[in-house]
Every structure is written in C-alpha cells, then in structure tokens.
Design a protein around this ligand. Sequence first.
Ligand code: SME
Length: 166
Amino acid sequence: MHTTPERSTRPDYAMLTRQVASILEGERDLTANASQFSAFVYDTIAELNWAGFYLTVPSKKGEGQDLLVGPFQGKVACARIPFGRGVCGASAMEQRTIVVPDVHAFPGHIACDSASNAEIMIPLVKGGKLVGVFDIDSPALNRFSDEDRAGLEAMVAAFLDATDFA
Ligand code: SME
C-alpha cells in the first residue's frame, strides 16, 4: 500500500510524481487511473477545493468538440463546456497550461464553485492529440507558483504515460 504524504504548501513534486507512477503501475484504464490521479492530487496538494478532468468529446450538435467532466474530487461541477469557453477551453485551444491567479479577473471564467479564487488548467496531450484538460481550483488567491505549475505538469505527464486513451 502507498502512504499518503503530509500536506505541505511546498510539496516535494519529484516524490509525488514518482508516487503517481507507482500508484498507477499495472493499470492502464482511463476511468480507473483518472479517478486515482484526481484523488491523489486532491489529497496531497494543500488548499484545493476541486481537482479533476474535463475530457474531449464530440459536441451534441455534432459540430466540433466539447469538454465533458470526468473523474474529479470536489463539489458538483459544470458537466459540459463548449470548446473555447472558460479557462478549460482556453487551455484546450491553446494547448498550454494556464495559471489564473484570480479567477474573477479572467474574462470568460466559468464559476462552478463560488469558493474558487485561483485555478490552474493543464492540457492533456497524448500522441500529439488533445484528449482533455486537468483542472485544479483553490480558494486561495495566487495559489499556483511557477514551481507548482512545473510540479503539477510533471505529475500530469506521469498520469498520461501510465494511461491509455481510447
Ligand atoms: N472554471 C473552469 C470550469 C471548470 S470548474 O472550475 C470545475 C473554467 O472556467 O473553465
């Protein structure tokens, strides 16, 4: 069994990234690994109120794509976000991590939980294809530093390596 590390405002991201690989080892299923990964992030990173997946799916109208909520930890969230909307959509379209120090100052931010004040959105790119985004919200303004961004991107990379997407 894996032990849960102490919560810390400056986590040891190298260790957490190794733990992601170790927890997911031997299982490549998307739902299983995404569930485990969101639980691990939520449990080990301090001051979060939401951590989870939005996965790329065809839109209901059959034109373009939406982001559909996947495994997560936190309060009930928006289920489906049209591609291009919100922080999710911006990160997906631009295929880059977006750090939002104050969500109230981000044009188009979609408020799912009024407790959220800061957010980081990491695109999920597998085999050159955008398959979704990993979204982390915090009640603390300016919650995510450059060190957090790099560390969380490394954790997401370990999740992507360990997981098959259909
Ligand atoms: N705030 C996000 C929507 C997802 S929720 O925060 C869980 C956005 O603006 O894309």
